[in-house]
Unconditional design. Structure first.
Length: 94
């Protein structure tokens, strides 16, 4: 099973810090770094973010979300702002 995390800059700011992304990668998440994409931004950031998505294999949805929360200190159920929506979104690919 593969779990994908997608970040949203809800409220006009990214909810994960650079350190959060690096910590996720160190824990086994495959981070999709903006610098590694085709035609990357010159500074390696998209609207200020080093990354906006990551995947984790080998864990259930519940396990991946719990790991994400432990690593980042974020609450996966944060509502975000009413115009932009939730800052954290998880999906599963079997």
């Amino acid at each position: 099973m593969k779990i994908e995390y997608t970040s949203n800059n809800s409220g006009g700011d990214w909810w994960l810090s650079d350190k959060n992304w690096k910590d996720l990668e160190a824990a086994g998440w495959q981070v999709n770094w903006k610098k590694d994409e085709p035609n990357p931004p010159k500074d390696g950031r998209w609207l200020g973010a080093l990354a906006t998505r990551a995947t984790r294999e080998g864990l259930s949805m519940d396990e991946a979300v719990a790991e994400f929360e432990r690593i980042t200190g974020c609450d996966s159920t944060d509502a975000g702002c009413s115009c932009c929506g939730q800052p954290h979104y998880f999906s599963r690919e079997d």
